[in-house]
Design a protein. Structure first.
Length: 361
């Protein structure tokens, strides 16, 4: 009996396979993926591969850039496998960049592969590259210690924290493509000299880019989207001209549809901040006048942004989602909102409380 058990155990051990994973030195870690419109075929896929080194120092990041055209993203990647000597590992990709030309049509189809593909992280960042994703991935900043790390730090809030940089994730972008009443957006990356410039945002309908926000609108869009403070606003209201550093921001809104009047959105915001970089000494000025100037400037900026998005039927702030959540008419809610939004009036009320003038008297 004992011999029989030993024989059976031996037979079981024969069927046990070894490790199914390849060693790290036999893999290429993909840190960034770029997808552009191909010249001959549908897609031009670019992969940024990190090359591990024993010494890590600024400006010495080593990487390999490979690209190939294919009628599908999976086809292009399969061809890329034949150009390298190691296994491609897509699970370490932290950012996907879409070229500007590709973002002009059927954006939902381009992201289908990223959602279905095993190994792709849903929490990776997504961005729009101008003029192309390949141009963005080809750049390596001098301060970069690891390949692609400067972009990851820009969006991850672990490095710079800029009021111009909006962060978008793959899972949220795809949800916005499918969700009624909430449209997708992306930060825009451009190359300026030997560095990146990230200070714009691209707004999409469910299919393509419809509106490109300038830096000032992008800053205000981020403040409304994230309810994020710690940004500066230039106030120009005759005779006052100064910079308001926003330390605290809070707002709420409601959509009103009166039976005998035009529908409107009432947005009430409270801001606390410090007056900085003034052209004149303001310590002895009436703070009420300084606050009122900031209120007028913010109200005008917010209203212009909301009207600009409404004119293009874009709703990245989720006003439509709020409207449907507060009504009880089933599918008719969405039909009603589509007719209401183009003619929706925006009433913005901002209350600014000045905490200081940034001066020592």
């Amino acid at each position: 009996m004992k011999k029989l058990m030993i024989i059976m155990l031996f037979l079981l051990l024969i069927n046990i396979s070894g490790c199914g994973f390849k060693d790290i030195d036999k893999r290429f870690l993909v840190v960034a993926i770029g997808v552009d419109k191909g010249e001959v075929k549908k897609y031009n896929v670019t992969l940024k591969l990190i090359i591990p080194t024993a010494l890590v120092s600024p400006g010495q990041s080593k990487y390999q850039l490979i690209h190939y055209e294919g009628d599908s993203i999976s086809e292009a990647i399969e061809y890329l496998r034949s150009e390298i000597d190691k296994q491609l590992d897509l699970g370490h990709a932290k950012i996907t960049i879409i070229g500007e030309a590709l973002a002009q049509d059927q954006i939902s189809n381009h992201f289908d592969w990223f959602i279905r593909r095993r190994g792709i992280q849903r929490i990776e960042y997504v961005a729009l590259g101008q003029p192309s994703a390949k141009d963005i991935l080809s750049l390596s900043q001098q301060s970069e210690r690891l390949a692609g790390n400067s972009l990851i730090l820009s969006f991850g809030h672990e490095g710079t924290e800029s009021s111009f940089i909006v962060t978008e994730y793959l899972y949220d972008f795809y949800e916005r493509l499918l969700e009624k009443g909430k449209d997708p957006f992306m930060p825009v990356i451009r190359v300026r000299g030997d560095t990146y410039e990230i200070n714009k945002a691209a707004l999409f309908d469910k299919e393509q880019v419809k509106l490109m926000l300038d830096p000032n609108d992008t800053r205000m869009f981020k403040a409304l989207l994230m309810k994020k403070s710690n940004f500066e606003v230039r106030v120009k209201e005759d005779p006052l001209e100064y910079t308001l550093s926003v330390q605290h921001l809070r707002y709420h809104f409601k959509i009103v549809t009166p039976s005998n009047g035009d529908p409107y959105l009432q947005l009430d915001m409270k801001v606390k901040g410090i007056a900085e970089e003034s052209d004149t000494i303001q310590f002895h000025e009436s703070w009420n006048e300084i606050e009122r100037a900031a209120e007028q400037s913010l109200e005008r900026s917010i209203k212009q942004l909301l009207e600009k998005m409404s004119a293009q039927q874009l709703d990245p702030l989720g006003f439509g989602l709020r409207y449907m959540a507060t009504r009880h008419d089933g599918e008719k809610e969405w039909e009603d909102w589509q007719s209401i939004y183009p003619k929706l009036q925006f009433r913005v009320n901002v209350k600014v409380t000045l905490e200081g003038t940034g001066e020592i008297n």
